[in-house]
Ligand binder design. Structure first.
Ligand SMILES: NC(=O)C1=CN([C@@H]2O[C@H](COP(=O)(O)OP(=O)(O)OC[C@H]3O[C@@H](n4cnc5c(N)ncnc54)[C@H](O)[C@@H]3O)[C@@H](O)[C@H]2O)C=CC1
Ligand SMILES: NCC(=O)COP(=O)(O)O
Length: 333
């Protein structure tokens, strides 16, 4: 059976539309449907000299595989014309409209997954809309209390306890309750989505040297160590907390299915150093499958044709794998 994948190209002035238009220049074994403004796709294809046949998506017709050069679309109107590289806060609500539409249409089963292109968090907030990221937005749209951001590249998966919050709030956000929920979601999805029977999770400390027995911070002694003990008593296989500066070495990673980092910039720089452009962002714990790119809007490259498609392509392929319950090939050590 052919499945349908919704694609939100993200910030209209960024590279998301460019990457999607490059990627549909070959056949896909699924129906890819862009949730976007038709005129944006037409103009960007013209600018990049890419052939494009747009077909309005009709959910009452049987799903068809996408052929090279053609793209199904669901129309969402831009508020203002999109100029590559030039952010315009007038289009902040447009971006969120595409995400809401994708969320609704995934929830009702029209699509088997959504793949998101990069959005610009700053311009959405400048438009007067409080927004910290897709991860949090889709959780809110689907009334899901806890979701987990995980990025994966060949040989490494990194999940995060906290996501887009100021560093000053991280310590307070690393609670026993949050640690338990995140670890349970990660453990569950490693089993169910990635086919790992007994997931091995490596947990980072929060403080330098994982607190150095309380001399460099007490969160490990007060919260993280007792929570790891509690979780292990339920039968999980969690190692840590280990100092984050020495944990990312093969000695540990070869024995690990996922690293759980306490905050965004503790785990993601390592992951991106290893595999920027070849990584995928997966939201765990949502009622539908959502994957995304590992990079941002790259305004400097929009409309130039120079942006690399690697991560967007991987995000689509990973969504297809997850949706068709094939064995996931990424990160097979
Ligand atoms: N999934 C998402 O929606 C994400 C959105 N962002 C947002 O993107 C905006 C810009 O963030 P930055 O930190 O500047 O990161 P960025 O990833 O947009 O750019 C960082 C550098 O990487 C280069 N780069 C990025 N993607 C590339 C690609 N596909 N091919 C070749 N080079 C590429 C850029 O040219 C730039 O030099 C921010 O508003 C941020 O919030 C950032 C990460 C993920
Ligand atoms: N660094 C990852 C990132 O910022 C993407 O977040 P999200 O928009 O996928 O929640």
């Amino acid at each position: 059976m052919t499945i349908r994948i919704a694609i939100t190209p993200g910030e209209p002035a960024g590279i998301g539309p460019d990457l999607l238009l490059k990627l549909i220049q070959h056949d896909w074994p699924v129906q890819l449907v862009a949730i976007a403004d038709k005129s944006l796709l037409e103009q960007r294809a013209k600018q990049l000299c890419l052939p494009l046949k747009l077909i309005e998506f009709n959910d009452s017709e049987p799903a068809k595989t996408s052929q090279a050069g053609e793209l199904y679309f669901s129309q969402i109107d831009l508020a203002a014309p999109a100029i590559p590289g030039e952010l315009n806060e007038a289009n902040g609500e447009y971006v969120l409209h595409t995400l809401r539409h994708a969320s609704e249409q995934n929830t009702n089963g029209t699509f088997a997954a959504v793949v998101t292109g990069p959005v610009h968090k700053g311009i959405i907030n400048k438009a007067g809309i409080s927004f910290s990221g897709h991860t949090e937005y889709f959780a809110q749209q689907t009334n899901t209390s806890d979701v987990v951001m995980m990025l994966a590249t060949q040989g490494l998966r990194v999940a995060l306890v906290t996501t887009h919050i100021p560093l000053a709030y991280v310590s307070k956000a690393v609670t026993e309750e949050r640690l338990i929920k995140v670890t349970e979601i990660l453990h569950h999805d490693l089993q169910e989505k990635f086919g790992i029977k007994n997931p091995r999770i490596l947990m980072c400390g929060l403080n330098p040297h994982a607190g150095e027995d309380g001399h460099l911070g007490t969160e490990e002694l007060e919260t993280i160590i007792p929570t790891v003990q509690r979780l292990n008593e339920t039968g999980m296989n969690i190692t840590g907390p280990l100092p984050a500066d020495t944990l990312f070495q093969d000695k540990y990673l070869n024995q690990t299915d996922a690293v759980l980092a306490m905050y965004h910039d503790q785990g993601l720089p390592v992951l991106k150093y290893k595999g920027f452009g070849n990584s995928v962002n997966i939201t765990l714990g949502l009622p539908f499958i959502r994957t995304s790119v590992d990079h941002g809007t790259a305004l400097d490259l929009a409309g130039t044709g120079k942006a690399e498609v690697g991560s967007f392509e991987l995000a689509i392929r990973e969504a297809i794998h997850l949706a068709t319950k094939d064995k996931v090939i990424i990160n097979d050590r």
